[in-house]
Write a protein that binds this ligand. Structure first.
Ligand code: AMP
Ligand code: ZN
Ligand code: FE
Ligand code: FE
Length: 270
């Protein structure tokens, strides 16, 4: 089945609005989609409306940046985005981003790159993150390409990078479960763990309530897919598929066995 269970919109750092991503899904023959913006559910209502009009099944989701040695991204499917307590938890994540952006701009200032919060906000509609900063750096001629901004300045562990204040992984899983969601580990490739270390980590997450593993991801190769699928089976995790689409030029749409999609869909409201 052609699905895409991991796309971003203008509610975080994607370039298409929730409505436009639904239109794109329709054009691409995708009938099950999940909007999983970084630390926000602000795009879901608009997406739901458009999805209903276009006859697309939209799974409400989000992608929480969580803490565990390095950065870990936890997807939450079917979360109750209308719950006020959940919204308040998510808003706290948003506010901590604001502080972090301030700190990154200050560091960039030390390199002679002048970017103000106002400029950053003028170029973004939703949750502001590093891609917005990178875009401005290109626009102002501070770097010549978008990847260069990350490679030299704002990539993880580069001089102007500031980590976000994040919930730890256990808390992220707990919160997703509490608000009726299914926690799924995004892009296992970016845990940068392999072999026994990866397996121990997956075993631990599975013990604390993980429900699925993003086995199929636009940047996983066949070998990685096979490895993650094996782990998913061993630890009874549902394999999911997502492209992580942000902007034109990114992969969009993924193949997922109907059996796996049905399994995920069956967990709604449990
Ligand atoms: P943030 O949530 O603000 O830390 O930004 C994370 C986003 O930045 C990711 O979802 C990617 O879209 C982008 N990103 C992170 N590292 C890189 C990189 N090395 N090259 C290009 N984009 C990156
Ligand atoms: Zn992103
Ligand atoms: Fe991610
Ligand atoms: Fe993502």
């Amino acid at each position: 089945m052609k699905v895409d269970l991991h796309v971003h919109t203008t509610a975080s750092d994607g370039l298409l609005s929730p409505k436009d991503i639904i239109v794109k899904a329709k054009e691409n023959g995708i009938n099950t989609l999940a909007i999983a913006d970084h630390d926000t559910i602000d795009g879901i209502s608009e997406g739901m409306k458009a999805a209903n009009e276009k006859g697309i099944k939209l799974i409400p989701a989000l992608e929480i940046s969580a803490k565990h040695e390095k950065q870990i991204h936890m997807l939450g499917y079917f979360i109750d985005y209308t719950d006020l307590k959940f919204q308040s938890f998510v808003n706290k994540l948003k506010n901590s981003r604001e502080d972090r952006n301030q700190k990154m701009l200050k560091k960039l200032g030390k390199f002679g790159f002048e970017i103000t919060m106002e400029e950053l906000k003028a170029n973004a509609e939703g949750n502001i993150g590093r891609p917005h900063i990178a875009d401005i750096m290109v626009k102002k001629g501070y770097v010549s390409t978008f990847p260069e901004a990350f490679e030299k300045y704002i990539g993880n562990d580069k001089p102007c990078y500031v980590p976000k204040e994040r919930p730890d992984i256990r808390k992220a899983i707990e919160i997703i479960r509490k608000y009726k969601g299914v926690p799924v580990l995004a892009h296992p490739k970016y845990t940068f763990l392999e072999g026994e270390e990866l397996e121990n980590f997956i075993a631990y997450l599975s013990d604390i309530g993980l429900g699925g593993l993003e086995v199929y991801y636009s940047k996983h190769n066949k070998e990685e897919e096979a490895c993650y699928l094996k782990l998913a089976k061993k630890y009874s995790l549902i394999p999911t598929a997502g492209s992580d689409y942000h902007r034109e030029g990114d992969a969009f749409g993924m193949e997922l066995k109907k059996e796996y999609l049905d399994k995920l869909l069956s967990l709604k409201d449990i």
